[in-house]
Ligand binder design. Structure first.
Ligand code: ZN
Ligand code: ZN
Length: 241
């Protein structure tokens, strides 16, 4: 686990055939009010829990898991994480929380072919990701997390309930799978995705002052160039209409 700022820690994903999402731990360690952002792929919970323990952080101080969205590479090991931290609440945007609570896992798998492949390969059963959601997020909330304040922004496009977390003081953006390093963006062909919505969400993020970009995969960016997200949105614009 690497420290990004006073109240932000980074646990890199360990990709296999399918990517494993990064996890971020938010909050001042002494606050006893920490949050995990995302979980990761099936089987990728144990090492993340171990790395939190090895950093001297007590699992009892983690009060919730916030999902940037509910794709399998972020949700797959949520069950493992919840076993290790059973008291932690689960926060998901309402657009993906409500279907999950109703047994609809279409967003988790993104496409039917992938669902049958994963269920065969990993022994997952239908309903394995239908967790009760403790708080349904809307967008626009100010979240107080362990002595740090984050703005929650709804950024549909990669999925219908994708969210970003933004820390204005330190100019840190956690955009899930919406925008990455190297001017890459999230795919927009899966269930609930929309190219035009993704373009609008990128343009909304482009209005923020961002110095540190902490995406769901690949490199984190410590010195984000000015207008990086706007240039990314413009480069991809023709493909997103
Ligand atoms: Zn995704
Ligand atoms: Zn992902």
């Amino acid at each position: 686990m690497k420290q990004i700022s006073e109240g932000v820690f980074f646990i890199p994903g360990q990709d296999e055939m399918i990517p494993d999402s990064h996890v971020y731990l938010l909050g001042i360690p002494d606050s006893d009010d920490l949050s995990l952002v995302d979980a990761g792929l099936m089987g990728k919970g144990r090492y993340k829990i171990d790395s939190i323990r090895e950093a001297g952080i007590s699992l009892s101080s983690i009060k919730r898991v916030i999902m940037t969205h509910t794709h399998l590479d972020h949700m797959g090991c949520l069950g493992e994480i919840r076993e290790a931290i059973p008291h932690a609440d689960l926060w998901i945007h309402e657009n993906e929380a409500v279907p999950l609570e109703n047994g609809d896992e279409k967003t988790v798998y993104g496409m039917d072919m992938f669902e049958s492949m994963c269920q065969g390969q990993y022994g997952i059963k239908p309903g394995d990701f239908c967790f009760p959601v403790d708080r349904k997020l809307a967008g626009g909330e100010a979240l107080e997390i362990g002595g740090t304040t984050w703005e929650l922004i709804h950024i549909p496009g990669h999925s219908s309930g994708s969210i970003a977390l933004y820390h204005p003081e330190d100019q840190i953006l956690i955009p899930g799978d919406t925008v990455y390093a190297d001017h890459a963006i999230g795919r927009f062909d899966l269930h609930g995705a929309s190219g035009p919505q993704l373009r609008d969400s990128l343009l909304a993020l482009a209005d923020l002052d961002v110095s540190i970009l902490l995406p769901g995969h690949n490199r984190v960016l410590a010195n984000v160039p000015e207008n990086y997200i706007r240039q990314t949105a413009e480069q991809w614009g023709p493909y997103l209409s």
